[in-house]
Design a protein around this ligand. Structure first.
Ligand SMILES: C[S@@+](CC[C@H](N)C(=O)[O-])C[C@H]1O[C@@H](n2cnc3c(N)ncnc32)[C@H](O)[C@@H]1O
Length: 274
């Protein structure tokens, strides 16, 4: 049976999740919250929500399991692909203007969820950016959810995640492994690195070094303005000067940060560190 939380307990749960992830969950998400807390209470054998929260407060592994249970991992290959077009046609040509052949170009997909986005970047560039072999391109996918990062490393996908990919690309970059799943071919799997990173924790974000391009899509929608401001500063600090930031289509830096330049490209609106 699903546990019913009192108003106080609901606030304790959402407060803890906010401190851990930057995500806000309102009263309208009560049922979602109760279902997930009930699942964690079952897994840990703890009968009351308060006792469970006291346990989670003291146990880092349980806090991570709680975070994993609450993340919304919706993603798929070639989502908002107009930004990949902008990446190949305008952003990377601009980035490499100041680089020499063989130089490192670093691209960060944060959050990467189950890896669909960073693998999409790799596929898109292999297919559409003629200079792809001229530079040392490093693609890194990071997420706060350790199960999602594990799934990304494994690279197995159901048909639904691949539905926007042309059949020829599915044939080229995936191998049939099981009736319902396809797996990214090994070469491509090895070309993307994955790590666990919390966007609202500056120390965690700083472990990844600096990037030429960051895609941070469909995460700020779950944040309030205070978390968005922390995220904006962390993203700014992780960009090389002149580096680009791509957000999701319903996200923007307006009201959040005036540190970035606003850049209107043919296929996308992006932000740039001056
Ligand atoms: C809806 S998915 C977006 C995935 C991908 N960027 C896309 O647009 O398809 C949101 C992801 O944000 C991750 N997330 C939530 N809070 C985070 C945080 N504080 N730091 C890093 N990732 C976070 C979740 O685990 C989830 O995988």
């Amino acid at each position: 049976m699903t546990a019913t939380l009192s108003a106080d307990e609901l606030q304790l749960v959402t407060g803890l999740l906010y401190r851990l992830t930057g995500m806000t969950f309102g009263e309208n998400k009560r049922y979602y919250i109760e279902r997930r807390i009930t699942e964690r209470m079952k897994q840990t054998g703890i009968a009351s929500a308060r006792a469970y929260l006291a346990h989670a407060a003291l146990d880092p592994a349980e806090r991570q399991a709680l975070v994993n249970a609450f993340t919304i991992n919706e993603t798929y290959f070639f989502r908002e692909d107009h930004q990949f077009r902008a990446l190949g046609d305008q952003i990377l040509p601009e980035i490499v203007r100041t680089k020499r052949p063989g130089d490192l170009v670093r691209i960060w997909s944060l959050p990467c969820s189950t890896g669909d986005e960073p693998y999409s970047i790799a596929i898109w560039l292999l297919e559409n950016w003629p200079m792809v072999d001229a530079y040392n391109i490093e693609i890194i996918g990071s997420d706060i959810d350790t199960s999602a990062v594990e799934a990304a490393r494994a690279g197995r996908y159901a048909a639904r995640a691949l539905s926007r990919l042309p059949a020829s690309l599915v044939e080229r970059y995936f191998e049939a492994e099981h009736r319902q799943y396809r797996r990214i071919i090994e070469d491509l799997r090895e070309s993307v690195q994955f790590s666990v990173v919390n966007l609202v924790d500056p120390a965690s974000v700083a472990t990844q070094g600096r990037f030429d391009v960051i895609l941070c899509r469909n995460l700020l929608i779950y944040f309030d303005d205070a978390s968005r401001k922390i995220a904006a500063d962390n993203l700014f600090d992780r960009l090389h000067p002149g580096g680009f930031l791509c957000l999701g289509h319903s996200e923007s830096m307006a009201r959040i940060s005036d540190r970035f330049d606003f850049v209107r490209l043919d296929d996308a609106i992006v932000y740039r560190r001056p």
